[in-house]
Design a protein around this ligand. Structure first.
Ligand code: M6R
Length: 357
């Protein structure tokens, strides 16, 4: 039930701090270690390469997951859009593990890949919000998101839950391999939950930005580098899906290779700048767009912020910044859709789970 909320999407955005805390509870044992089924642990340890398969928002969570698994656990990881996998099948390693990320666990494109790789004899793990869903039943192993039902078509809390569970999986894999990490995921996810709470309490700020930048525009660009680029892709999907604004996420460095030609007087450019090592370069990309008339909005973290930034996120660990930078992006999409009189929870032409290929 959506209770006093006008829309499920807003309720689900607000639930994210509680979902982070729930995940901590579900995946923490008495000794503050990560609680995982031994057979999941074993499947990860046995594999020489991970192939993440997903669609839409879950694919975007997979991109962040790849980064964490490679950085922390040092397991080579690829991320594939499910519907493309069978045409563009990569050369598989000797002991692949396939991870299916799916909120609903019912996505037909992902299931088709699962059927295909099972027939080839490969192992599979589904990360889903729905126990007993098709992808969960048919894969060898399941990890649950514990996000509670997600009703709005636009996925919000499932994305952050997916990233949180992938972080735990990455840390666990690193530990089992004896890799020392200066990163306590349980503690860091707690910090994330508090940061998310601060952000969902600042709705008036985001609503105003949505009005100023997005109320009448035809298009909007999100730019970022590294992990921020992944969040830009998710931010663009959210905005397109519910506000029908033509939006794209671009890698900052690619602008000069073509995209910058699209910038006109007043084009909104939303830059995500949470990473210290690319802060200078993404800010010079913003300047390049402003010089061509862009209406720029910068989203930074306390440690990367400069005076004049429109949104400054509370500090969290650099691996986990997508969990907080996505929150204002979800709210921006929500308020843009409201300002444009769109049906937030049931956008046109879309269904909550896509059960046809
Ligand atoms: O249930 P799934 O996670 O497998 O769904 C995948 C996509 O259909 C889904 O994430 C879609 O992109 C969302 N509507 C985006 O908000």
């Amino acid at each position: 039930e959506k209770g006093t909320y006008p829309h499920y999407m807003l309720k689900e955005i607000d639930e994210q701090p509680a979902v982070m805390r729930k995940i901590i509870m579900e995946y923490q044992d008495e000794n503050d270690n990560i609680k995982l089924d031994e057979d999941v642990r074993h499947a990860v340890q046995q594999s020489d390469r991970i192939y993440i398969i997903a669609c839409g928002t879950s694919y975007h969570a997979g991109l962040v997951g790849k980064q964490m698994i490679e950085t922390m656990a040092k397991i080579p990881t690829e991320v594939h859009i499910a519907s493309e996998f069978s045409y563009n099948m990569p050369l598989l390693s000797e002991r692949p593990l396939f991870i299916f990320i799916s909120q609903s666990g019912e996505t037909a494109d992902s299931r088709a890949v699962l059927v295909q790789i099972k027939s080839m004899g490969h192992r599979s793990l589904t990360i889903t919000n729905v126990p007993g869903s098709t992808l969960s039943r048919e894969a060898d192993h399941t990890l649950l998101l514990h996000a509670g039902p997600e009703i709005a078509v636009a996925s919000t809390k499932a994305y952050t839950a997916q990233i949180a569970v992938l972080a735990l999986l990455a840390v666990d894999a690193a530990k089992v391999k004896g890799i020392k990490l200066d990163f306590n995921p349980i503690q860091e996810l707690g910090i994330v939950a508090n940061a998310m709470e601060t952000l969902v309490d600042q709705k008036d700020v985001i609503e105003k930005i949505a009005r100023d930048y997005l109320a009448v525009t035809r298009s909007c660009f999100f730019i970022g580098r590294g992990i921020d680029y992944y969040v830009c892709q998710e931010a663009a999907l959210k905005l397109k899906e519910i506000s029908y604004i033509q939006a794209e996420g671009f890698a900052g460095g690619e602008l000069k290779h073509g995209t910058i030609a699209l910038i006109e007087e007043g084009t909104p450019v939303i830059a995500i700048a949470t990473q210290a090592h690319v802060n200078g370069s993404i800010r010079s990309n913003v300047k390049e767009t402003v010089a061509r008339g862009a209406h720029a909005c910068i989203v930074s973290m306390e440690s990367t912020s400069e005076t004049g930034d429109q949104i400054v996120l509370p500090e969290v660990h650099e691996y986990l910044t997508p969990l907080v930078s996505v929150v204002p992006m979800q709210l921006l999409a929500y308020y843009a859709a409201l300002h444009r009189d769109c049906d937030v929870d049931k956008p046109r032409n879309l269904a909550k789970s896509v059960t046809v290929e």
